[in-house]
Design a protein around this ligand. Sequence first.
Ligand code: DGL
Length: 268
Amino acid sequence: MKEDPDLPIGLFDSGIGGLTVLREIVQLLPGESTLYLGDTARVPYGGRSKETVRRFSCQAGDYLARQGIKLLIVACNTATAMAIGPLRERFTIPVIGVVEPGARAAVSRTRSGTVGVIGTRATIQSGAYENAIQAIEPGLRVVGQACPLFVPLVEEGWLQHQVTEEIARIYLAPFRAMGVDTVVLGCTHYPLLRTLLQRVLGPEVTLVDSAREVARAVKEILDRGPRRSRSRDPVQRILVTDSAENFRRVARNFMGQLPEEIRQVRLI
Ligand code: DGL
């Protein structure tokens, strides 16, 4: 990597959910500065068309690139599923999405050969996880299930609520019948439902957290490049496209310790 190692790692998401990725990055790479952009004025992306998600994603990527970043993480499954190709063509810095690391982890963990993927409608309809998994291991069976009600339930903080559990049972019933032994949490919000999902699926099912896997992939890239100088403390900054106050309120579920600086910006 030839970029200035002291520049921050850039991440963007449709809104707040990408904080699950930021949390993993800060934990695994505590010496790095980060610049997170949440497009909270236009969230959710999960029910939108490919053309719209691509346009929004390119605007978010452009904004971060103008601020100066050494690497771009597409910390949103929907944006990765629909826009990773155009984003990679657009920038010269490394562009890492959440789908490939999650797919790699699922391939290495399944024993039954049947992998379940849960995500937004857009992510599941795109077939991005299925394609990524079968590109690595063509013989695997991939079963996708859109879980559109999970995002609002998580943002409401209903992480252990009986309503959420009942909905999860309905969404995940086909996985039990099909012999799925590994499930990819293919949406930024789902790691917060991990305990509930494990209970519903049973202890024998392995859950793959794409947020954690992407942090590992980023660490591998940075370990190969020049080190960040230790002369200045790392800085974590958050930019949002809607009110910073609203973001702060919901963000507490996602990240215990929020960065001091949360600033509202306009992308266009
Ligand atoms: N960040 C999105 C994802 O990971 C979930 C929220 C949305 O639909 O925008 O797919």
